[in-house]
Design a protein around this ligand. Structure first.
Ligand SMILES: C[S@@+](CC[C@H](N)C(=O)[O-])C[C@H]1O[C@@H](n2cnc3c(N)ncnc32)[C@H](O)[C@@H]1O
Ligand SMILES: [Zn+2]
Length: 388
């Protein structure tokens, strides 16, 4: 412990209501002595709000597992900033991370946080059905940890999952996505939404082995990462029903037509019915809801009571997610369609208003500023854009 105190090569960071010490770092890297990424502050802010929202749906105080603790900042914030937390377990395999976490817990005067140094899979397997919330925030892919996380959560509990391997999930590289998630990605304008759906589909299929089904509460793609919040229900019949949300997306790279195809072994057409081009096929993935509108409304209500620096970003993100929460899967890109039509893009708001006037669902998406989420057919969207 003495190595931590009185050392000039330490940095103190303030986030939310806590202050933590980290070893000096020149650049953010998995090779840092103890990993801390200030860019993830918004991720942690939203996590505090989402977990407070979840806590308010429970009739008892909650236990939380932060399985990849780093400096401990996440678990420490959960203990300090969420009302109604019974205890928090913070775990990390790196012994120095554990040492810093212990110091940071003392520094913030917390008494309900325990620290472990285990492989996350082992810790979560040992703690079968123990936690109301399990938070998975590893380097890169969460895929090797999902099954253990599913096991360590109580029935009705919440899983929070971060994935930073966006190049795999969002289709820059196909093979790693197939290896890690058993799914073919799509490199399209909506590839980040697709990434969220591949990850959700993987979690649904993994937890189904244990007769557990997922219900998505909130999801976002921000900066270099994807983040999902979902609850795990129990029951074979409900799990079978929930797996009906698994399917494929066929996408035409030439005319931008796309279609959802539900089922594990559906008949998948190979040619676009609009232009005859060969389809790109993505999946299996989650075609169900990515958001629970009521959950997001509650997050927006709770947000003002939680002191965070990134409040404007959080409000903007939640507002977009609320707007798109009742929309269908995938979205169009105003610029891509305008380019196809060989016209300059009209104002996005006018396109959305026109779609609504014609009684279609129409909203922006948090993923792309020029994205249009709508249930209108492609021809209608094109006609509206062309005539504005
Ligand atoms: C992305 S960092 C966690 C950041 C932290 N949650 C935060 O919000 O600042 C990932 C952490 O996982 C730890 N780690 C890597 N593999 C692990 C494993 N198999 N089990 C437990 N911890 C592991 C690393 O030492 C690192 O501290
Ligand atoms: Zn086509």
């Amino acid at each position: 412990m003495n190595t931590i105190k009185n050392d000039k090569s330490l940095i103190t960071m303030n986030e939310g209501k806590v202050s933590i010490t980290v070893p000096h770092f020149d650049k953010i890297s998995a090779k840092a002595l103890v990993f801390y990424n200030p860019v993830m502050e918004l991720n942690r802010d939203l996590s505090v709000i989402a977990l407070q929202t979840f806590r308010e749906s429970q009739d008892e105080d909650i236990s939380i597992c932060d399985a990849f603790g780093g400096t401990g900042i996440r678990g420490i914030r959960y203990s300090r900033e969420i009302e109604g937390v019974q205890n928090v377990v913070i775990n990390d395999l790196n012994p120095l991370a554990v040492q810093f976490t212990k110091e940071n817990i003392l520094k913030n005067g917390l008494t309900n946080v325990k620290v472990f140094r285990e492989d996350a899979n082992i810790l979560m397997r040992k703690c079968r059905g123990k936690f109301h919330v399990v938070d998975i925030d590893p380097f890169g892919t969460p895929s090797p940890f999902i099954e253990s996380a599913t096991i360590s959560a109580k029935a009705g509990g919440m899983l929070c999952v971060t994935a930073t391997d966006t190049s795999a999930l969002c289709g820059t590289y196909k093979e790693p996505c197939i290896r890690k998630y058993g799914s073919m990605p799509l490199k399209t304008e909506y590839c980040h939404e697709n990434g969220l759906r591949i990850l959700a589909g993987f979690i649904a299929r993994t937890s189904a082995k244990y007769k557990k089904f997922i219900e998505l509460k909130f999801a976002h793609s921000t900066e270099h990462y994807l983040r999902l919040y979902l609850t795990l229900g129990k029951g074979a019949k409900k799990t079978d029903l929930s797996l009906k949300n698994i399917g494929y997306i066929v996408h035409c790279p030439k005319c931008l037509y796309r279609r959802l195809i539900y089922g594990i072994t559906p008949q998948i057409p190979s040619e676009c019915p609009q232009c005859g081009e060969t389809f790109q096929v993505g999946g299996p993935l989650w075609l169900g809801k990515l958001f629970d509108t009521d959950f997001i409304v509650k997050m927006m209500e709770i947000l003002p009571s939680i002191p965070i620096k990134k409040d404007k970003e959080a409000i903007k993100l939640l507002t977009r997610c609320y707007e798109e929460s009742k929309g269908p899967a995938t979205f169009y890109d105003l610029h891509k369609i305008s380019k196809k039509l060989k016209i300059s893009a009209p104002p996005l708001n006018e396109v959305l208003n026109k779609l609504k006037e014609e009684e279609y669902f129409a909203s922006r998406t948090h993923i792309k500023p020029t994205g249009i989420k709508t249930d209108a057919p492609l021809e209608t969207v094109e006609e509206i854009i062309y005539n504005l």
